[in-house]
Design a protein around this ligand. Sequence first.
Ligand code: PMP
Length: 286
Amino acid sequence: MSRIVYVNGEYLPEDEAKVSVFDRGFLFADGVYEVTSVLDGKLIDFDGHAVRLERSLRELDMAAPCGKDELLAIHRELVARNEISDGLVYLQVTRGSDGDRDFVFPGADTQPTLVLFTQSKPGIRDSAASKNGIKVISIEDVRWGRRDIKTVQLLYPSMGKMMAKAAGCDDAWMVQDGAVTEGTSNNAYIVKGRKIITRELSNDILHGITRAAVLRFAAEAQMEVEERNFTIEEAQAADEAFVTSATTFVMPVVEIDGAQIGAGAPGELAKRLREIYIEESVKAGV
Ligand code: PMP
C-alpha cells in the first residue's frame, strides 16, 4: 500500500512526493528533524517534540515552516490518512534552496522545505528487543560539537549501528574523553543500587524528549536520579542499563562490550519505567 506523505503543503502518494536536488538538506545536511511516536493512534509527547524543533530551528537561524497548531494538524492528518495505530511520524525541515549550490545561506525569503511521513510499526510495544534487552558496543564519539541540535547529520550514528551489527550487537554507545555521551539514536542510563545515572544535558548530547519524560516519571515514583558522566567500566559493573528514545521508549541493555549487565536480562527498574512511560504517555497522547 502506498503511503500518503506531506511535502510543502500537499498530501501526496509517496511516489509523487519530490524535493529539489538543490535542496540544502540534500547538499549540506542543512536540516533538522523530529520523530514522534504513535500509540493507539495518538501522538506521544507531541508538545516536547514541537518545542525542541522550534529550538533546533532557532539555533540554526532557520525559518519555521509553520506554527505548532498547523504542525499538529499535519501530524494528525497523516496518522488518519495512513491508518497508523502504532508507529511514528517523521518530520524534516530543511533550509530549502534558492536554486543553486552555495555555502552561504540563501536569502531570508527562501522557503524552508517541510516533509512528513509515517511508518507503521505494529508490535513496538512488546518487541522482542524490549523483552530480551539489547547488546551494545562502545565506539569513540567523533560527531560535531552541537549534538543538542537535532540535525539530519546522521552518517556517523549510522556507521555506529553498522559497527554494532558487524560485532553481533544491536547498537553502540559513544564515548568522549572516557565518558559515555549517548547511544547512536538514544540516551544512555545505568542503574546502581536503586539510583538511575545518566549524563547531564549539554551540547554533547541530544536533549531527549523521552529522557525528560522518563526522568519526570522516575522522580514521581520516588526513584533516585543522578545526572553525571559515567564510564564504560562503571556501566559494565552496574546492576542495570537501558536507553530511551521516542521510538524504543525504555529499552533494556543487557551487554556492553561483551560484559553481561546484572543478570544478563532486563532489569526490574528498566521494566517498570518502560511500563510507566508507555501507560502515562498513551494517557497523555493527543
Ligand atoms: N540521542 C540521539 C543521538 C538521538 O538520535 C535520539 C533520538 N532521535 C535520542 C537521543 C533520543 O531522543 P528522543 O527521546 O527525543 O527520541
